[in-house]
Ligand binder design. Sequence first.
Ligand code: GDG
Length: 459
Amino acid sequence: MPRLVVVSNRVADPRKTAAGGLAVALGEALASSGGLWFGWSGHVVAAGDGSDAAPKLHRAGPVTLATLDLPQADHDAYYLGYANGVLWPVFHNRLDLAELDRSDLDGYRRVNRLFAQRLAALLRPDDLVWIHDYHLIPLATELRALGCQQRMGFFLHIPLPPPLVMAAIPQHEWLMRSLFAYDLIGFQSETDVAHFARYVHNEARAEQRENDVFEAFGRSVRARAVPIGIDVDEFQRLGQGREAQDMLATLHRQYAQRQLLVGVDRLDYSKGLPQRLRAFRRLLQDHPENRGKAVLVQVAAPSREGVTAYADLRAELESLSGAINSEYGELDWMPVRYMHRAVARMRLPGLYRAARVALVTPLRDGMNLVAKEYVAAQDPVDPGVLVLSRFAGAAEQMRDALLVNPYDTQAVAEATQRALNMPLDERQARHALLLAGIREFDVHWWHRHFIDNLSDASA
Ligand code: GDG
């Protein structure tokens, strides 16, 4: 069996419980097959201070972790600059936040070239190479330039925007051409595949050979939707753990007379947090019976604090949650509990289970794993209700959630009111269908399906 080589911006020890969705999913995928996981160490060093060294290798069970440090200037240009200042906002339809005139492209290319040089030295001829996310789009091109002929797959965790939005990036052609150095491109949703097909048809006059094979730039690539899932069993086991159970008991005790709503997100403008708070305020305004009763616990885990747009968002959320609390709060009831802190992963299932409603209302999201975790954590006998943005990739699969337009404050408030008052039999029926879906298309399916397709993809 060929060895699996996973490449992502960050690498995490699969034996430890990690915070982010990508780290959890990749750790899980590698733990079952073994292999090599290559990426940035998370350390930034002064120029010339070890960044030219070979990757550090650590053994973590069946997985070898290979990590590189990055020089400060390269990290700033590659990670903060091009990846998170240009690609992230544009791919999430936020042209207003994209720093398109910054000259960070060189740093982005430099880091991709550095990754390629260091990785090439570790590759074996029959490895399967699986590269992840927008940080590393040109990595296969760089590897091919060094003579690497292994099968290479790319998975985009974030959405691919429509062609006209993509075209706002000055280097859009170069980025899309880079994708043709892969054998397989996996997207989160059919919408993303459709955007890809339209782009390559309009801009590169690609021939679509079979359903999912595109020919352009002298190469062919297979592109298909391979939506990511969670490890449902692992998450449910976590829910049986002491920390989750303690969390659940504490919340039940403290909020015995209340109805809890929950939001768990990285603090990111794609997640629609101000819009969500405004919808919650609208709920209190239009449906006064929720006053003194409904409490929204919003966890906003710190993220990318070096990027300006994130600091602005933080200030906006603090002021908005303060305003709602001062407008509606009572001595014994605060409507919004907003935390700019991460919650330990072991406790998350308890928080989800205590909540009658989850508000997962991103303005745009590749998938959104919180939606799936919330469903996995529910008690099937008395489950909570998922209110889900139609602009999350997850909405293509989770049709039995209450789907909403997150820009429409009143519609989200009404869906929340409906969720809070949904009869038990409807809650159970919706939950059973949602749970069956996330079980069928779980993280094992994602991993297996991608690797099977990559193994079959013609080079
Ligand atoms: C990208 C795409 C796609 C969040 N807050 C805390 C915490 N989390 C965990 C959640 C979940 C993960 O982080 C977030 O996953 P998401 O899918 O919601 O979002 P992104 O981080 O934006 O991930 C996304 C994903 O990649 C995978 O392909 O679904 O669309 O944007 O697992 O539980 N975990 C802990 N404390 C927190 O406060 N421990």
